[in-house]
Design a protein around this ligand. Structure first.
Ligand SMILES: [Zn+2]
Ligand SMILES: [Zn+2]
Length: 249
């Protein structure tokens, strides 16, 4: 352990996966994991990235030593969550690339099928995602990589949903989920969502054009149709997938 090791202590993560860090017994800031890197954040300081959680916590010790951290009660910086994205369905940290749109559409559709309601934009597979359990209203973070199933078997892991959820026996009876989850084969929405490879491809092309032109208004409108809430989200995700697979050939 390095010489800063004895000076900090890392607390329990909050609902968004942020670990509070105390330095010399006083709250200094927090650290969190994002795409295999650990970020260190403290009020009034620039956020930094580190190899592991101890290096991230050590950075907070350095900032305290430099007197760089604002006093408790000063307005806290929340650079990541406060940053505005194009649409609420995609994390502001992810660019609306075809790959990210494809993954987000698939994840959002699957979450709907499993009875989870996302409370923030799709963050990528290896990050915590804040969501609400629609079976019992529990709110907390899950990893998409755990929920999506492996090798295409579509079985969510872990098979239990979260501590304190309604018992497995009840979950196993599909009645409650069936009642909660609305899935449709075609989109009944006023502003139509794409459910064929052709309509999805046209929208993806429009997204690429809007990105090049930095046309945020068009980009937002297109992404809302590609990722916004729709009872046919599962069919839509398949359409986006088909459009991008075909384009590769
Ligand atoms: Zn639950
Ligand atoms: Zn729709």
């Amino acid at each position: 352990m390095n010489d800063t090791g004895s000076r900090y202590s890392i607390g329990e993560p909050d609902g968004t996966g942020r670990y509070p860090v105390a330095v010399d017994g006083h709250q200094a800031g927090h650290i969190y994991r994002w795409h295999r890197r650990w970020h260190a954040a403290a009020p009034g300081c620039k956020e930094t990235q580190h190899e592991d959680r101890d290096l991230a916590a050590g950075q907070l010790v350095k900032l305290i030593e430099q007197g760089a951290v604002l006093a408790e009660g000063a307005p806290a910086q929340t650079p990541t969550l406060a940053a505005a994205g194009y649409v609420p369905q995609l994390s502001p940290r992810l660019q609306p690339t075809p790959g990210n749109i494809r993954h987000a559409a698939k994840a959002l559709a699957r979450l709907n099928e499993l009875g989870w309601e996302p409370l923030e934009g799709y963050p990528g597979a290896d990050n915590r995602w804040l969501m609400r359990c629609r079976l019992c209203e529990w709110v907390g973070t899950r990893w998409w990589s755990h929920l999506r199933g492996r090798n295409g078997d579509n079985r969510p892991r872990p098979s239990y949903r979260h501590d304190g959820c309604i018992p497995m026996v009840e979950q196993a009876g599909p009645e409650k989920l069936t009642r909660l989850v609305v899935t449709a084969q075609s989109c009944p929405c006023k502003v139509a969502h794409p459910t064929t490879a052709d309509t999805a491809a046209a929208l993806l092309k429009s997204v690429a054009r809007a990105r090049r032109a930095k046309d945020t208004t068009s980009l937002t409108a297109d992404l809302t149709r590609l990722l916004g809430p729709c009872p046919a989200a599962t069919v839509r995700a398949a359409a986006i997938d088909a459009a991008l697979t075909a384009a590769k050939v």
